[in-house]
Design a binder for this molecule. Sequence first.
Ligand code: COA
Length: 374
Amino acid sequence: MNRITLSGIGVEIPAATITNEELVASFNSWVDAENERRALAGLEPPLAKSDSDFITHASGVRSRHVYEREGILDPTRMTPRIPPRPDEELSVEAEFGLAAARRALDHAGLEGGDIDMVICAASHQQRPYPALAIEIQNAIGARGAGFDMNLGCSSAAAALHVATGLVRSGAQRRVLIVTPEIITGHLNFRDRQTHFIFGDAAVAMVVERLEPDETRPGRFELLDTRSWTQFSNSIRTNFGFLLRSGQENTSVIEMEGNMIKQVGNRVFKEVTVAGHRFIVDFLADHDLTPHDVRRFWLHQANARMNAMILKLAFGKDVGQDRAPMVLDRLGNTAAAGAIVALKEHHEDMRRGDLGLICAFGAGYSIGAALLRMM
Ligand code: COA
């Protein structure tokens, strides 16, 4: 079985930002207009307003970067304005992923032609086919094959699990994982429970074979990966190809009710317990405890949730140095979040230090990768 390195990590954060205050002002102005309409129509009860202090306290999110700001804050639209492109042009999501992919290749000191498999793993794919991974494979000039996969916010961690297996067994030599998350395109900015949660980001990683005695200072050896799932409807989207067939008017797709929905407090409780158990068990299988791990790059969904998972694991509060957060300025960037935290917080690690990527989300799903600095 081959040894493996995570030799390249690339991140692309879009420039545009939206603060909680801006988001809440737009939401509340829509609520005012909607409540007037509802009162005239005799609809009860009136809709409740959103609140930026609640958002900061409940989630830890203060601001988010978005792929396209225009349209999101317009109370008559509340959806980013991302024009369709001709089929001959690079698609929006492939282009976003490509920016991160090029950085990951640079970081690994590789070119597109060195890659023999591309996996595009994200919580939202722009289309079912042709696979975005194949479009990215074509754009970078990679060999071999590409395919898309989706495991909600655990998509990148699950792709690491797949890529690690393929490289370890010798089936592939170098796999490029690309995770472009344009989650604002599928977020219901009129839903008070979820409108504040997400932001956009793309990440990419190169997983490649190491020679038996090879060491690459400043890069991680990928020691092991694991994926876990258990069915739950608590985070769900019903958007998909059968929507049209279920409607009388087949010329308009009904979006309301078919975007991201989440029972946030249930997810919080259930995934905190499952996440803690998963981490402790995964480490125990390597004769490790959380104390042996220098750094945790956890899923960036909720600051309080991560603090609680770590408190259960360590028996005390642990801070940013042990488990850095990027959520406050980026929001929940779905499967990209833990990898952004990894990219921004690993250069101070010493040879031999262990680190754990652990992402969790819809499914439910949890995925992890155990790394050691070479
Ligand atoms: N502004 C003001 N009040 C709000 C609000 C908003 N935007 N959204 C909800 N509230 C209200 C609720 O209506 C509720 O009011 P009530 O007590 O009168 O019923 C109250 O705030 C508490 O709501 P709750 O949903 O229990 O809040 P919470 O503390 O659980 O925080 C989340 C909500 C979404 C931030 C949190 O549950 C969470 O992050 N969950 C985990 C999500 C996750 O990990 N997902 C997986 C990865 S995608």
